[in-house]
Design a binder for this molecule. Structure first.
Ligand code: KIV
Ligand code: NA
Length: 277
C-alpha cells in the first residue's frame, strides 16, 4: 500500500475510520504495520508501558528520540507520530521548535503530538511555522495527571464540555491535522467530531470519532496483573502466553528434552568418527 501522509489522514475525515496504535520499538512497529494500521504513535506512554515509571511525566526528549528512531527503522507504511514529552513544549517557543525538530530529524517522526487546548495555540503555531505537522490531544491528557488529581474523564460538566469544544475548534483553526480525544463522554466527542474539519481519533471517547487508538500493550494484554481500563478491549493475553512459553522452555531444559538433535550441530561424518576414536 501507499505511504500514509498528513494528506491521507485529513482526507479520511468522515470516511472509513482511521486506526492508530502505539509502538515503542522496531518489532512492534513491524507487527502493527503488517496488521495494516494507519498511524503509529510513539507515545510518551513508553514511560509507563515499557520503562517501569508510574506515569508519563518521566519521558524525556532523549527517550522519545530513542524509541521513535527504533520505530522508524521498521520503515512502516503507517504514518509515524512522535509524542512530545512533558516539559519539551512548555518552556519557550524556541525550545519547543528545537525539540519537535529533533523528533523529526533524529527520531524520523513524520509529525508530532502534544497535549492541551487553547493555551497551546502559540506553540502549535510555532511548530507549523517550522513546517512540522501537529496532532492535537484533548480531554484526559495524562501529562496533566497532577493537576487533574488522577486520571479522570474530562468534560462531564456542561462548562467543561463546552470548553473542550472550543479547544477543539481552536486547534483545528490553528492547523492541526488531527485531534486525539481521550477520556471524554461520547456525546462530547460526537459534537467535536461533527464540528471540526479535521479527523478526531478517540480513546475512551465513544464510537463517533473519525478513528480509534489503543495502547499496544493494553489491547494485546502484555501486562501481567494490571487492571484493565473500561475503554480498553483486550484482544489477546500475550503476557500470560509468554509466561507459559517460557515455562515450557524451562521444563524442557530440566527434563533434557531441549535441545534435540535437530537443534544441535554435527561435525562432518568422517571427522566425527575420527574424533570419537
Ligand atoms: O502516549 C500515548 O499512548 C497516547 C495515546 C493514549 C493517545 O498519547
Ligand atoms: Na501520550
Amino acid at each position: 500500500g501507499e505511504k500514509i501522509t498528513v494528506a491521507t489522514v485529513q482526507a479520511r475525515k468522515g470516511g472509513p475510520p482511521l486506526t492508530m496504535v502505539t509502538a515503542y520499538d522496531t518489532v512492534m512497529a513491524t507487527i502493527a504495520d503488517r496488521a495494516g494500521v494507519d498511524l503509529i504513535l510513539v507515545g510518551d506512554s513508553v514511560a509507563d508501558n515499557v520503562l517501569g515509571f508510574s506515569d508519563t511525566l518521566s519521558a524525556t526528549v532523549e527517550i522519545m528520540i530513542h524509541h521513535t528512531a527504533a520505530v522508524a527503522r521498521a520503515r512502516p507504511r503507517a504514518m509515524i507520530i512522535g509524542d512530545m514529552p512533558w516539559l519539551s513544549y512548555h518552556i519557550s517557543l524556541e525550545e519547543s521548535v528545537r525539540n519537535a525538530g529533533r523528533l523529526i530529524r533524529e527520531g524520523q517522526a513524520e509529525a508530532v503530538k502534544l497535549e492541551g487546548g487553547r493555551k497551546r495555540l502559540p506553540v502549535i503555531e510555532a511548530l507549523l511555522a517550522a513546517e512540522i505537522p501537529v496532532m492535537g490531544h484533548l480531554g484526559l491528557t495524562p501529562q496533566s495527571v497532577r493537576v487533574m488529581g488522577g486520571y479522570r474523564v474530562q468534560g462531564r460538566r456542561l462548562e467543561a464540555a463546552r470548553a473542550l469544544v472550543e479547544d477543539a475548534r481552536a486547534l483545528a483553526a490553528a492547523g492541526v491535522f488531527a485531534i486525539v480525544l481521550e477520556g471524554v463522554p461520547t456525546i462530547v466527542a460526537r459534537a467535536i467530531t461533527r464540528l471540526v474539519p479535521v479527523p478526531t481519533i478517540g480513546i475512551g471517547a465513544g464510537p463517533h470519532c473519525d478513528g480509534q487508538v489503543l495502547v499496544f500493550h493494553d489491547l494485546l494484554g502484555w501486562h501481567l496483573d494490571r487492571r484493565k481500563a473500561k475503554f480498553v478491549r483486550q484482544y489477546a493475553r500475550l503476557g500470560e502466553a509468554a509466561v507459559s512459553a517460557l515455562q515450557s522452555f524451562f521444563a524442557d531444559v530440566r527434563s533434557g528434552a531441549f535441545p534435540s538433535e535437530g537443534e544441535s550441530y554435527r561435525m562432518e561424518e568422517e571427522e566425527e568418527r575420527a574424533f570419537e576414536a
